[in-house]
Design a protein. Structure first.
Length: 116
């Protein structure tokens, strides 16, 4: 599985961005798709997941501001980010997980910079 993330950029605080992650296979064959982020000097952290195309989960700082969704026709998962804050600045990575057998796949990151 290959993942290609895009959509990062520079935005002012309060603005919005939509990240895209295009998969090389049907996303309906992937059990869990997720967005992670890593800020300079910090560990990579989970931002949002969508499991089996339906159940979503968010880290507390993303709830109410970010939305993860999948488009089966485009084999793409999105992360809509609204009300962005400077602390959202990070490299964002998409991740695919297939459960049986357990396999992880990572895309290259896309940089999001939020200015104050």
């Amino acid at each position: 599985v290959q993942l290609q993330a895009s959509g990062g950029g520079l935005v002012q605080a309060g603005g919005s961005l939509r990240l895209s992650c295009a998969a090389s296979v049907s996303i309906s064959s992937i059990n869990s798709l997720a967005w992670y982020r890593q800020a300079p000097g910090n560990q990579r952290e989970l931002v949002a997941t969508i499991t089996n195309g339906a159940a979503t989960n968010y880290q507390p700082s993303a709830k109410g501001r970010f939305t993860i969704s999948g488009d089966n026709a485009r084999n793409t998962v999105y992360l809509q980010m609204n009300s962005l804050k400077p602390e959202d600045t990070a490299v964002y990575y998409c991740n695919a997980k297939i459960w049986r057998p357990l396999r992880h796949y990572w895309g290259k990151g896309t940089l999001v910079t939020v200015s104050s």
